[in-house]
Design a protein around this ligand. Structure first.
Ligand code: ADP
Length: 605
């Protein structure tokens, strides 16, 4: 109803009907600070809560603005550009309430090129804005709760890994004790095995939270695919044999030996799928069929895990790969978290492939894994087999190592491991203690726990690095965290290396070896088992495995005929050198201090 006299009938009649009924507000207003409305359609009158067009036309343009600055900006833009569209403005109704409006307008000029008035169109978008706000809030809440969940999982797993470090570490230390009975040894193995199982579960949960938080990383390495498959075959043959299932691996000659991809993830996928196959098959067979697929320059490793087990119903298949889903055909007694398949598929996708499944209830299932690989002629760098360190190579300096950890049991574990081979150690319970110990004791190396109350490991490392004599000291960070970002942070803080809790003894020694260049004496594998009969005669040579300071303490105790101290020193070396300790104990028990001193001097000769 723009103010143009409309003749009844003809084209204008329809225009009039259109303008009156359109749900969009239309207006015309004069320009300038005192600008007012010249006309408006019923929709705009209603939109702003006025009773009639006449009432609306009595108000000035500034009356509908909440913020005068918004009005100023809008007019300036309109005057400069001649027209604007879809500008979101907060406008005011007659009763003072606010509406969100989307406004488009244009300037109308006279023949002299001066602005006569403005024509505009207003759409009430309050509802849309409210919905957008609600959606945004819901998104934020979901994001926060997802982040909270990931943080919770990361923290929980950290909290569990830390005490597990002490449990598994001391179990490892105790396994070396040759005075243990066969039954005690078995119990220790159960502790270790159950601990490892618990760790796997925690890792699964953490993997899932990493996937959900988009923090899963791809770490390609060159590795021997044949060895990996043979290892897995060996691992599962024990289980299939125990269940009386036939287990076959076929197609090994179809696949290359050395490949590049994320070995850890390939291993985990195959272990998860084969684990399920064994779990859900009570009779018949399991087949691991491997092969290759080439597609436009890309090479894929294919593994099909085919079982003759319970099968999965058609209804269950679509949700199989969702976290915490278990099919309706499974029996309640079978253990599992419902995470294995979800993690495996995410891993396969991360590795440029996928997992597909075909299955029939009561007939069996086939899981087909496809993973992008690169072939290589390069031999992988293989890690040295795990060996037991029993001492430092003779002739080395005495090394001082500072062990920093807020948990006394973890400090004790590391100290015992290190002292047993001849390192001297001291302990600090937090970052600031570590800094002052570093300054007064001047250790050769620091083992630094990362998460500690008060001053944490990052800060302590940074501060030590800032001290001139701290710039070059080797620092090995010890962390229970598995997050990639934390590793990055550790490197940035200035640590030379890091080891992960729960650590294995050899990881600690390897890291120290790398930093200090020390060499170790290793126990031969077959000597780890207790042998009661074939006792080697005790000579000066036998004492060479002992750390230098242990030998001098033995000498002092023998010279001063101190039986109790002698026994105490022997007790301390028992876990590492059970046979030698046994022989020394016999000498001490017979008060043969002279013989002992003779052996010690033979050793030093
Ligand atoms: P879970 O820890 O429960 O095994 P998974 O994610 O590995 O978790 O598997 C999810 C579910 O898929 C299982 O609980 C089982 O119901 C079904 N499933 C997986 N593999 C097989 C299989 N080979 N045969 C039959 N059912 C299977």
């Amino acid at each position: 109803m723009l103010k143009k006299k409309s003749k009844p009938g003809g084209k204008n009649k329809y225009r009039h009907i259109f303008v009156s009924n359109i749900p969009v507000g239309l207006y015309r207003n004069t320009s300038g600070p005192k600008g007012h409305f010249i006309s408006g359609n019923p929709a705009i009158v209603k939109m702003f809560g006025y009773d009639s067009v006449e009432e609306f036309m009595n108000i000035s343009v500034s009356d509908i603005y909440i913020d005068p600055k918004e009005r100023k900006d809008f007019s300036e833009r309109l005057i400069t550009k001649g027209q604007v569209s879809d500008i979101n403005l907060r406008l005011k109704k007659k009763d003072g309430t606010m509406i969100w409006a989307s406004v488009s307008a244009r300037a109308v000029y006279n023949k002299a090129g001066q602005i006569k008035y403005f024509d505009g169109m207003v759409e009430d978008i309050t509802l849309r804005k409210q919905m957008e706000k609600q959606l945004e809030e819901a998104r934020k809440t979901a994001e926060t709760s997802n982040r909270t969940k990931s943080m919770f999982l990361a923290n929980m797993s950290h909290e569990i890994r830390t005490p597990m470090n002490a449990i598994l570490g001391f179990a490892q230390l105790m396994q070396k004790d040759r005075t243990l009975t066969a039954e005690q040894r078995k119990h220790l193995e159960i502790i270790s095995h159950s601990g490892e199982h618990l760790l796997t579960l925690i890792n699964d949960i953490l993997d899932m939270s990493k996937i959900e938080a988009g923090r899963m990383t791809f770490t390609p390495v060159t590795f021997d695919l044949h060895t990996l498959l043979l290892d897995i075959e060996m691992m599962f043959r024990v289980r299939t044999d125990a269940k009386g299932l036939l287990f076959k691996v076929e197609g090994m000659n179809e696949i290359p030996e050395f490949v590049v991809t994320d070995e850890g993830k390939v291993r985990q996928i195959l272990i998860n799928l084969l684990g399920n196959a064994v779990k859900f098959t009570d009779k018949g067979s399991i087949l691991l069929q491997v092969g290759m697929e080439k597609k436009e320059e890309q090479i894929f490793f294919i593994a099909e895990i085919i079982d003759t087990g319970t099968g999965i119903s058609r209804d269950d298949i679509p949700r199989l790969f969702h976290a915490f889903q278990q099919s309706s055909t499974r029996t309640q007694t079978i253990e599992g978290t419902g995470l294995g398949l979800a993690i495996s598929r995410e891993f396969a996708r991360l590795l440029g492939g996928d997992i597909e499944v075909r299955s029939k209830v009561n007939e069996g299932s086939c899981f087909r894994v496809k993973i992008k690989i690169q072939e290589t002629k390069n031999k992988p760098v293989t890690a040295a087999p795990e060996k037991h360190v029993i001492g430092l190579q003779p002739g080395l300096n005495l090394y001082r190592i500072l062990v920093v950890d807020d948990k006394p049991e973890n400090r004790l574990l590391l100290s015992e491991i290190l002292r047993a081979v001849g390192f001297e150690t001291r302990e600090s319970a937090d970052g600031s203690e570590a800094i002052s110990e570093f300054q007064t004791w001047k250790p050769h190396l620091i083992m630094m726990d990362i998460r500690m109350p008060a001053m944490d490991g990052y800060e302590a490392i940074r501060r030590i690095r800032a001290i001139p004599e701290g710039a070059g000291i080797p620092i090995i960070a010890v962390t229970a965290s598995l997050w990639e970002e934390d590793r990055q942070k550790i490197k940035e803080s200035g640590a030379n290396l890091y080891i992960r809790k729960p650590f294995r003894e050899y990881e600690v020694f390897d890291a120290i070896g790398t930093c200090l260049g020390v060499k170790y004496v290793y126990e031969e594998k077959d000597k780890i088992q207790p042998t009661q009969t074939d006792e080697i005669p005790l000579t000066g040579e036998s004492l060479k495995v002992l750390p230098e300071d242990t030998v001098s303490r033995l000498r002092e105790a023998s010279i001063s005929l101190d039986f109790d101290r002698l026994m105490e020193i022997i007790e301390n070396i028992t876990p590492q050198f059970p046979q030698l300790a046994e022989q020394l104990k016999k000498l001490a028990a017979d008060f043969q201090f002279d013989t002992l001193l003779k052996l010690i001097s033979e050793k030093s000769a």
